[in-house]
Design a protein around this ligand. Structure first.
Ligand SMILES: Nc1ncnc2c1ncn2[C@@H]1O[C@H](COP(=O)(O)OP(=O)(O)O)[C@@H](O)[C@H]1O
Ligand SMILES: [Mg+2]
Length: 297
């Protein structure tokens, strides 16, 4: 019997990384299919608790967990979390593990964990206190206000006027959003994206932003170029960050600040279309190997 792998995501139709994972799983002899997490239910009865699809037990050897959903409310997140916990508890090898993915989803928790390991992150506050935020932004000079949970650069704003920041922050607090604020790190119009898989650098690209754009996300117009400035320090930062968060793989965004490298964030379910082009190999191949190693162990 071949092993069975499920790629779990939020969308009804699998995105590109999910499709890659299915293709490479199948070509490695695995049974692989995609399932939206909304389709997996939890059943609790006299025999215990079980993840099910309709009334069939959901039983697989491995899961590639790509997304728990973004535009969902807290209750849906809770339901999905316990669903994934049951699946992990049933013995399915889960890449990335639920807890690791949750840590990266919360940018403030990521910063706390990285800094507790001595890894360089920008000066950061996470707060719901408008006065503390206002005074801190004043001291920062230029600040970046980011969604606590965000991706692709969407919603991150750069402000150098504390009163403009005040209006934005007050509005966020009014709709009961917490504030996640970082000092703006002066950097060249690029950052470095490193993909770590199983404690090794799988690939690296420099993301070059268009002139005048401070965000270096591909979704914001940046273009990936080969990494020419890789050094041991950079490699170690990326590998340690992924390990600190309890991830098996991760995409680490590193800026080149005046005082050295800074880690902007770690992505627990990174996109890899641009990286695949730049390094000319697909992370899904290494991820399927990482899965097989663990299933067979
Ligand atoms: N504190 C900061 N200083 C300077 N640039 C930043 C800062 N935070 C983010 N950026 C820029 O914005 C990009 C997106 O921020 P990031 O934290 O990676 O969030 P996202 O999840 O949206 O990618 C980064 O790759 C970087 O280029
Ligand atoms: Mg990023």
């Amino acid at each position: 019997m071949p092993y069975t792998i499920a790629v779990i995501g939020d969308s009804i139709i699998p995105d590109r990384p999910s499709r890659d994972l299915i293709i490479y799983s199948r070509s490695s002899g695995l049974n692989a299919y995609y399932v939206p997490i909304s389709r997996i239910s939890v059943k609790v009865d006299k025999d215990g608790a079980l993840a099910v699809i309709r009334d069939r037990p959901f039983k697989v050897d491995g899961v590639f967990l790509r997304s728990l959903g973004v535009l969902i409310d807290v209750e849906t997140l809770f339901r999905r979390m316990i669903t994934m916990r049951l699946i992990e508890g049933s013995g399915a090898v889960t890449i990335n593990p639920l807890d690791g993915l949750l840590r990266t989803r919360n940018k403030l928790e990521t910063s706390v964990i990285l800094s507790s390991r001595g890894l360089p992150v920008p000066f950061t506050i996470g707060t719901e206190d408008i006065l503390y935020a206002y005074n801190t932004v004043k001291g920062m000079g230029t600040a970046v206000i980011k969604p606590l949970q965000g991706s692709r650069g969407y919603g991150a704003i750069k402000v150098d006027d504390a009163d403009v920041a005040f209006q934005v922050m007050k509005t966020l607090l009014t709709i009961r959003k917490p504030l996640y604020i970082q000092k703006y790190v002066e950097k060249p119009n690029r950052d470095i994206r490193l993909m770590v898989i199983d404690n090794e650098i799988f690939g690296c690209m420099v993301r070059v932003a268009p002139a005048g754009q401070w965000k270096t996300n591909v979704a914001q117009g940046a273009v990936g170029k080969p990494c020419t400035n890789m050094d041991r320090e950079l490699e170690e930062l990326a590998i340690k960050s992924v390990e600190a968060l309890g991830l098996i793989y991760g995409g680490v965004d590193v800026g080149e600040g005046k005082e050295g490298y800074v880690i902007f964030e770690v992505n627990g379910s990174p996109d890899w279309a641009e990286l695949t082009q730049v390094v000319n190999k697909n992370p899904a191949t290494a991820l399927v190997k990482a899965m097989l190693r663990r299933i067979k162990a």
